[in-house]
Design a protein around this ligand. Structure first.
Ligand SMILES: Cc1ncc(COP(=O)(O)O)c(C=O)c1O
Length: 472
């Protein structure tokens, strides 16, 4: 696709010096996806909005909203900008406020990452964290609270991104034209999502004006009401989801549903998984909403299956805002967005050896009980396998051994085969923890692990419990 005039080597970005950072917003790169599109003939590009100075697509609307309020006389010098934000619009507004000398007060739902709260404070904004699990019209809802604060604060404006036409207008004036020019007018499918709907509405509207055949497709988190509403016209019940910045429990004023040809619902797990792949396989460090949008873009590209087509998706914001979430294996597992680590028997005995390096402690059928007892106490083991010719032929548990010796010390000089219990199950080293746990019963207090053709270790009930509690 790269035409000579589009070759970055020929067309360096930011050729001129800027008077201030706001002038550096926009003209973000359009980058082809390669690794994640393996086997798909349709070219797919990502519009790298995370490369804006504030790290997201919302940089475009921050200054636009502020300048519109200045033009209307609503916002006067020394004024305060108030807004309810999932974080990114706050940064876009804070960039404009920093340059123009305004104060910022933002309300943000507690669902959003800590990174975003700290980031807004880093820009000098006052940040109020509100409960996420309240209805859109509840006084503690972040938008409702922002409205109240703006109303009660002298010389303050509410940015009102969900109903402010300056939002989609900014994308109609900038994002749309950039996409058209960067694809040489070849774009056939534009894929985005909707928080306010400003991006998909503004850019979609422009592209359809240039070529009515352009398909505008919206991705929507499972739990948001938008996709359902597009199909039934009914505003259903929303449900919680983890992806941030997109999806809705109401239909914003800035979302023009008529611009969007189709909506597709995507679950958090798929969205987060693809965000991580874009980072690790394409070097595009992005957040979950981008993972969701790219998931739809790949689906569409697969269906279109045409090398002449051109699918473009929005890469909304930087992954740096989700280091404690999308990029934390622990958080992902806690939220069941990633499979638990597959722990195998060999991993279990490895971990034991790290703590107490030693060979498998075992005895032969002829070993005197006295010797077995000495091994149990000296090595602090609860189970002692009895091994003959490399196979487990029985076992001695510490409890039974103690009980029998206390009953009659005469057994001390007997061979262990006289009082051993049935052999322990032997498992292959690749077997995983759930399978081991299923084998561990009253009868089987432990399993032996065969690795490289020999009995390499033992996993007891206590080892599994300790592993599970340590893993918590
Ligand atoms: C991370 C992220 N992705 C996507 C969007 C959607 O953008 P828009 O509000 O233009 O629909 C937002 C909006 O806040 C966002 O924060």
């Amino acid at each position: 696709m790269s035409h000579p005039e589009h070759d970055p080597a020929v067309q360096p970005r930011h050729r001129v010096a800027y008077d201030h950072v706001l002038q550096a917003i926009g003209w973000t790169p359009l980058i082809r996806l390669n690794a994640v599109t393996k086997g798909i003939r349709t070219p797919v590009y990502g519009k790298a909005e995370f490369m804006n100075p504030g790290g997201s697509v919302k940089d475009r609307i921050g200054p636009a909203i502020v300048e519109a309020a200045e033009r209307s006389g609503e916002l006067r010098p020394g004024g305060t900008i108030v807004e309810g934000t999932s974080g990114n619009t706050g940064v876009g507004l804070a960039l404009a406020a920093a340059i123009k000398g305004y104060r910022c007060v933002f309300t943000i739902p507690d669902k959003m990452s800590q990174e975003k709260v700290r980031l807004l404070k880093a820009f000098g904004a006052e940040v109020i964290v509100t409960p996420s699990a309240v209805a859109p019209d509840h006084p503690d809802n972040y938008v409702m609270m922002a409205k109240r604060i703006a109303h009660e604060t002298p010389n303050a404006i509410l940015a009102n991104q969900f109903y402010n036409d300056a939002n989609p207008q900014a994308h109609y004036r900038t994002t749309g034209p950039e996409l058209w020019e960067q694809t040489g007018g070849r774009i056939t499918h534009f894929v985005s999502a909707a928080g306010t709907g400003g991006t998909i509405t503004g850019a979609g509207r422009y592209l359809k004006e240039k070529n009515p055949a352009v398909r505008v497709i919206g991705g929507d988190p499972v739990g948001s009401i938008i996709a359902g509403y597009s199909k039934t016209g009914v505003k259903g019940e929303s449900a919680p989801y983890k992806v941030e910045g997109i999806g809705q429990d109401k239909i914003p004023g800035t979302l023009d549903m008529s611009v969007v040809d189709e909506w597709r619902s995507v679950d958090d797990r798929s969205a987060m998984a693809l965000a991580r792949r874009l980072t690790r396989e394409e070097g595009l460090f992005v957040g979950g909403s981008t993972g969701l949008i790219a998931h739809v873009a790949l689906e569409v590209a697969r269906e279109v299956d045409d090398p002449q087509a051109c699918v473009v998706c929005i890469l909304c914001d930087t992954g740096e805002r989700y280091l404690s979430k999308t990029y934390s294996d622990e958080w992902m597992r806690e939220n069941r967005l990633m499979d638990p680590v597959r722990v195998t028997a060999s991993e279990m005995i490895r971990q034991k050896e790290d703590k107490a390096p030693r060979e498998l402690i075992s005895v032969t059928p002829e070993t005197p009980v006295r010797r077995a007892l000495a091994l149990v106490t000296a090595n602090d083991v609860s189970q002692l396998p009895v091994v003959a010719e490399g196979d487990c032929v029985g076992h001695l548990s510490e409890a039974t051994l103690m009980a029998r010796v206390l009953e009659s010390t005469a057994v001390l000089d007997q061979a262990v085969q006289t009082l051993m219990e049935p052999p322990l199950p032997v498992v292959d080293s690749h077997i995983d923890l759930p399978a081991i746990t299923r084998l561990l019963t009253r009868q089987n207090p432990a399993v032996l692990v065969r690795e490289g053709g020999r009995l390499a270790g033992i996993v007891t009930r206590f080892d599994v419990l300790r592993y599970l509690t340590d893993a918590r």
